[in-house]
Design a protein around this ligand. Sequence first.
Ligand SMILES: [Zn+2]
Length: 385
Amino acid sequence: MQCEKLFYNDSFATTFTAEVVDCFENKDHFAIVLDKTLFYPEGGGQPCDHGVIRFGGNTAEIFDVREKNGVICHYSRTPIEIGTVIDGEIDFERRFDLMQQHTGEHIVSGIVHSLFGYDNVGFHLSEKDMSLDFSGPLTKEDIDRVVDMANDIIIKNQPVTADYPDISKLEYRSKKALEGPVRIVTAGEADVCACCGTHLATTGQVQMVAVKDSMNYKGGTRIFLGCGKRVYADYYAKTAQCLDISHALSAKTDEISSKVNDKIAECESLKAALAAAKDELFSFWVKDVPAGDVGFMAKDGLSSVEIQRLCSKINEKCTTACVVAKQTDGTSKICLFSSVCDTNKVGRAICTALGGKGGGKPGIFQGTFTADGDVETLLKGALND
Ligand SMILES: [Zn+2]
């Protein structure tokens, strides 16, 4: 028996009564089949409904709904006896959010198609995100124009309808050639498209569309779209971030971008000045190292780049140079430069003795270790092996 798809009669209905016609185990849960349902199964890029089924004082949570070979399965951890009459209720907050995104997607895709002739070749919609892939390039100005037009269609509050017209002479968007009765969704003057999803009743219910981001994708454009309440949530989250940054920089919110760029440039210049100052300091330290076969130095807190730089300076006076730097997390970094020994063998011997590891290319070894120990003695021992 075919399950009656009540969600197509009224996409705003939230409760229904039905009879269980089948219930079987499926992995670690149960699949419940009803004679009719308001639960939309995942399909056409739209995620499924969630909700509950109540029966005889019990409640079964429905966490997934799938249609397989024409059978709609409601997945739950609770089994229900065949023949039971149930009361179903969908999570309408979730459904409404998904309908806002889906209907907004129609409006935007229809406008892109009519303005640029591009097809929507990829659609992803989840509880958090939505992305649309179009078959051609869109500039930022193109996207702004599409968003403005979409929001105008929303303000016009035009009807969104779904029916089965004669498609022989109808122009509509579709991912593939279709035959037989085709469900055609019309989203105001923006879109005519073959679609099996659930939609809002008017374009005004979408409230608003906004593009969060866009990128070039496979020769076309991927846009990250938000509609309705998701736009407000995004606005509040981004405003909070803007205000935090604005207060931290003592700058007006419309100036934070240029202020951040100024700070980045300032930071780069300070880094360069610090590196030059450290270089002078390293030269000062190295003055005290006697020229010879082995030069060793232990200096806490130096970074990997700094110990390399210091080691290279020592190596200018000594054929083998080694620097060890203890880090704030208790581990130590080691660097070894040599033109006469096998740095990999010597470096590994030291690191292995102190619970660490490392590697490098001929002449240069870098490693880390965790235990405390007399590295200078270990170095001399390893060089004599
Ligand atoms: Zn649709």
